[in-house]
Design a protein around this ligand. Structure first.
Ligand SMILES: [Zn+2]
Ligand SMILES: [Zn+2]
Length: 440
C-alpha cells in the first residue's frame, strides 16, 4: 500500500512505560505521524523483537541521558531490536528501493537529518554524532525538541506493538533511511528470523571492536588478548563473535570472567574456549579484579602477558571504579590497551563525562551504538544463521503482562544473560496462512 491512513486500525495493543520503573499493557492509538513528503515516510509491522537491557535502562530513566518518564504527549512504547515488514512507503522511499512487503532490520539510531546539522547533512554520520542529540526510537531521546518539532511527539514509539485482531505485529512509523534489507530466501525457519533481531547488538560489538579498539588495524601475526568481563552474557558474547569475525579463531585469544558459573561454562562452550580461559569471579571478593586474582583465575594467561583490550559488559553490576582503576594501575590492561565499558551511565565513581579518558596511553571508552555497522552485522548474521539460531529462545507470541514485566527487568532478569541466550518475542505468523515451501 502507499502511505495512507485508510487501512490502519484506530488502536493497537502495546507495552508502555507509564512511569519510572513501571511497565504495563495498554491499548494505544496507532501512530499517524507519517507523511508522503516528510522524513517519517514508512509504515512498518514488527515481525520479531529482541529483549535488551537498554529497554530496562530507559524504563529506569538511566538512558538516554536526560530522558524522563512519563512523556507528556503520549505513551512511551519500548522495543528497539527488530525485524520488520514494510507495509507502507512514500514515493521517495520506494524510489530509494524500499519495497512494500519486504523484510528489513530497522536501525533505531536516528539523527535529525536537518540541513543546519553538520554531522547529519555534511558528514553523513547521523545517529550518535547528531548535533541535536540522537533519537533512539523505542528507547528515548536525550534532546526531545527536534523530535517534537518533526513528529509532534516527544517519544517515538518502538516495536512492542501488537494487532490482537490480526494476531500479528502492530504498527510502527519510521524513516526509510533506517531500513536494511533482509535476504528472506536464506531464512529456513523462525529461529533464523529471530537471529536477525541481533543485528543491533552485534553492530554495537563491531563499534567496540573495529571503531574503538581498532582491532582490525592490528598487524598480521599479532595475537591480541581480550578480556570479556560479564563474559557469560549476551553482550559479551556478541563482542566475542565480533572479535572472532575480525581476527579469525587463530587471530585472537579470548578470556571470559563472570559471577555465574553456569552461563560462564555455556558461553565458553559456544565459543570453544578451554576452562583455563574462564575466570569464575567471587562477587564478594574486593580483590577479585587485582592482577594476582585474575592470573590465578586464568591459568591459560601466559606469565607477563596483559590484555590488549578489556571489554566490560558488567560494569554497573560487579565492577566498580576501584576495580577498574586497579586494572589500569596493575597493568592487567596493557600499557597501550583499551578498556571499553558497555554500562549505560559509564562506571559509577569513574568520572568520564565525555565517556573517554586516557590514562597515560591506556584508554577508557564507552561503546553502545551500532554506528555504521548494521549492514556488516546483517551480512554476518545471514552468513552464520545455523551457528546462532540455536541460541534464540522465543518466549512470547503476543503482548501480555508477562512480556511487559520481562521487558522492564531485562537488564536484571537472571535468565537474560544465561549462556548468551537471546530472548525474542515473535509474532510474524498469520496462523491462517501456511508459508510456501517451508519458508517463512
Ligand atoms: Zn539493545
Ligand atoms: Zn543531526
Amino acid at each position: 500500500m502507499e502511505l495512507g491512513e485508510g487501512m490502519l486500525p484506530a488502536t493497537q495493543r502495546a507495552i508502555v512505560f507509564p512511569a519510572r520503573g513501571r511497565a504495563e499493557v495498554r491499548d494505544v492509538p496507532v501512530p499517524r505521524f507519517f507523511g508522503e513528503n516528510g522524513s517519517w515516510n514508512v509504515v512498518l509491522r514488527p515481525l520479531a523483537v529482541g529483549r535488551c537491557p537498554s529497554d530496562t535502562a530507559s524504563c529506569e530513566e538511566e538512558f538516554p541521558p536526560g530522558f524522563r518518564l512519563p512523556s507528556a504527549t503520549q505513551a512511551v512504547v519500548p522495543g528497539h531490536e527488530q525485524v520488520v515488514e514494510v507495509v507502507g512507503a512514500s514515493e521517495a522511499a520506494r524510489r530509494a528501493g524500499i519495497e512494500v512487503g519486504g523484510w528489513y532490520v530497522y536501525d533505531i539510531n536516528i539523527g535529525c537529518g536537518e540541513p543546519d546539522c553538520y554531522a547529519c547533512s555534511v558528514q553523513k554520520r547521523p545517529g550518535i554524532d547528531c548535533s541535536k542529540g540522537t533519537l533512539f526510537q523505542g528507547i528515548g531521546a536525550a534532546n526531545e525538541t527536534w523530535v517534537l518539532r518533526q513528529t509532534g511527539l516527544r517519544h517515538v514509539p518502538g516495536s512492542y506493538v501488537y494487532d490482537p485482531v490480526g494476531r500479528r505485529g502492530g504498527i510502527m512509523v519510521g524513516r526509510h533511511t533506517q531500513l536494511h534489507r533482509v535476504d528472506r530466501s536464506r531464512l529456513r525457519d523462525e529461529g533464523d528470523l529471530a537471529v536477525l533481531t541481533q543485528a543491533d547488538g552485534l553492530a554495537c560489538a563491531y563499534t567496540a571492536i573495529r571503531g574503538v579498539a581498532k582491532l582490525h588495524a592490528w598487524e598480521e601475526g599479532y595475537r591480541p588478548a581480550l578480556f570479556l568481563i560479564g563474559g557469560g552474557g549476551r553482550i559479551a558474547y556478541w563482542l566475542a563473535e565480533a572479535a572472532l569475525a575480525e581476527r579469525g579463531p587463530d587471530g585472537v585469544d579470548l578470556f571470559l570472567a563472570d559471577v555465574d558459573a553456569d552461563r560462564l561454562a555455556l558461553t565458553a562452550a559456544r565459543l570453544g574456549l578451554p576452562r583455563g580461559n574462564t575466570y569464575l569471579v567471587d562477587a564478594n571478593n574486593p580483590d577479585a579484579f587485582c592482577a594476582a586474582e585474575i592470573r590465578r583465575g586464568l591459568p591459560n594467561l601466559e606469565a607477563g602477558r596483559s590484555f590488549n583490550l578489556v571489554l566490560d559488559a558488567a560494569g554497573h553490576k560487579y565492577v566498580g571504579a576501584a576495580a577498574t582503576n586497579r586494572m589500569f594501575r596493575e597493568k592487567v590492561l596493557d600499557r597501550n590497551g583499551t578498556y571499553i565499558t558497555t554500562a549505560h551511565g559509564g562506571i559509577p565513581g569513574l568520572d568520564v563525562a565525555a565517556f573517554e579518558v586516557v590514562f597515560a596511553n591506556q584508554r577508557f571508552s564507552g561503546a553502545l551504538s551500532p554506528h555504521r555497522y548494521i549492514p556488516r552485522a546483517v551480512a554476518h548474521l545471514q552468513a552464520n544463521l545455523p551457528r546462532y539460531a540455536p541460541h534464540m529462545v522465543i518466549t512470547h507470541r503476543e503482548i501480555d503482562d508477562s512480556l511487559a514485566q520481562k521487558v522492564r527487568t531485562a537488564g536484571k532478569d537472571p535468565d537474560i544473560g544465561r549462556g548468551a541466550n537471546t530472548y525474542i518475542a515473535l509474532w510474524h505468523r498469520n496462523p491462517n496462512s501456511s508459508p510456501p515451501e517451508g519458508r517463512l
